[in-house]
Design a protein around this ligand. Sequence first.
Ligand SMILES: C[S@@+](CC[C@H](N)C(=O)[O-])C[C@H]1O[C@@H](n2cnc3c(N)ncnc32)[C@H](O)[C@@H]1O
Length: 217
Amino acid sequence: MSAPEPHTRDNAIRGRLNAFFLRLIEPLMEKLFGDDKRRLFADLEGDVVEIGPGTGANLPYYPAGVNLIGIEPSLHMQNALREKAEKMGVPLEVRGLKGEAIDLPDASADAVVATLLLCSVDDPIQVVSEAMRILRPGGKYVFIEHVAAPKGSVLHLWQTLFFRPHHWLFEGCHTNRKTWEVLEAAGFEVLDYEHHTKWSIMFYVAPMIVGHATKPR
Ligand SMILES: C[S@@+](CC[C@H](N)C(=O)[O-])C[C@H]1O[C@@H](n2cnc3c(N)ncnc32)[C@H](O)[C@@H]1O
């Protein structure tokens, strides 16, 4: 297999805006997901790969001692991520790649983390397949994703109305993916998640799935 091409995305205006916005809403992210992250991240250890870590909203939740690799294609996110990791003293290796093609060997990660990721990637099935490939048997996939609201609901209507501006502003983010279907079809041994509604000013992305999965042994 040939090595994946480095993929650094430099979207001059939207990339900067997005990174600025993500940093700005970190306190909101803590309010919405802090308890979930403390619970889901508590037993992570060893080699952990985070796909799409953005500006590093998850860095405070990793237990000390994990070897962390971030797979992040956006140049502006990479810069903010490195800066935050340095400030916090968290050792972190950043690779400018897309999650669809990760340059890590098969069965090399104890855990893979993905939060608010599969809404934004080009090919969610391929990203989850890469996560599965790099996980060791028994390894853990931890996720938080915003997802489609039930068809026919008012929220679903808002997700449709906001789709285009949201997709443009947030560099390809989909308001309404049925991400649980991708995870259910991926072949995990254990898949444990709940649907939650997390209200914020971005009310149309309130429906979430929060959970973890295990690669078959
Ligand atoms: C909404 S942000 C979430 C960031 C972070 N995970 C969080 O919870 O705050 C989505 C992130 O996924 C990254 N991303 C987009 N497409 C990607 C891809 N194909 N592979 C890996 N990361 C990607 C974006 O650059 C961005 O950092």
